[in-house]
Design a protein around this ligand. Structure first.
Ligand code: HEM
Length: 148
């Protein structure tokens, strides 16, 4: 009988632990990463594809990319955004300072590129919160890109 009671008690503990879901039941559930909220790698790839298309058609900055390796640049941008948003990718390109060294990119050019990205984010209906988080992360790179 004692043994049976012990088994019942153990089962009760297991059920309670299982149902509580640990920390999450206490209202501390972490929100999904920006990467997940953006829609993961397929959605990021679609946005970057469209964005690079916008840049190619943007006469304010497209001459800058005349000698660029576009497929490689796209791949690196996808990895960069994926990693920066908490995704599983690893960015393997140059640092932003090294990548843009000697280009003397202006504030206006940086702004033009961001506008081209915003167009794509809007086209793919990325939410305001996600858009601001992503633009915030990229904005942090500005000192390493402009005026180098
Ligand atoms: C938030 C803004 C920007 C980000 C996140 C960014 C990101 C990158 C990345 C990841 C690369 C590839 C580095 C590598 O291959 O190792 C790159 C290269 C390059 N970026 Fe930017 N960039 C930004 C702004 C700009 C602007 C404003 C311009 C010019 C208007 C520019 C022009 C270039 C050029 C010409 C290359 C070299 C591409 C090649 O040779 O294949 N970037 N950038």
């Amino acid at each position: 009988m004692r043994r049976r009671m012990a088994m019942v008690a153990l089962a009760a503990v297991m059920v309670t632990a299982g149902c509580s879901g640990g920390m999450e039941s206490k209202g501390t559930m972490a929100q999904p990463s920006l990467y997940d909220r953006l829609g993961g790698k397929p959605a990021i790839t679609a946005v970057i594809d469209d964005f690079v298309g916008n840049v190619a058609g943007d006469t304010r900055i497209n001459k800058r990319f005349a000698n660029a390796d576009i497929p490689r640049l796209k791949m690196r941008l996808v990895d960069q955004v994926c990693e920066a948003s908490g995704g599983p990718c690893k960015y393997t390109g140059a640092s932003m300072r090294d990548a843009h060294k000697g280009m003397n990119i202006t504030d206006a050019e940086f702004g033009a590129l961001v506008e081209d990205l915003v167009k794509s984010l809007d086209k793919f209906k990325v939410g305001a919160k996600e858009k601001n988080e992503l633009l915030g992360a990229l904005g942090g790179m500005k000192p390493d890109i402009v005026g180098q």
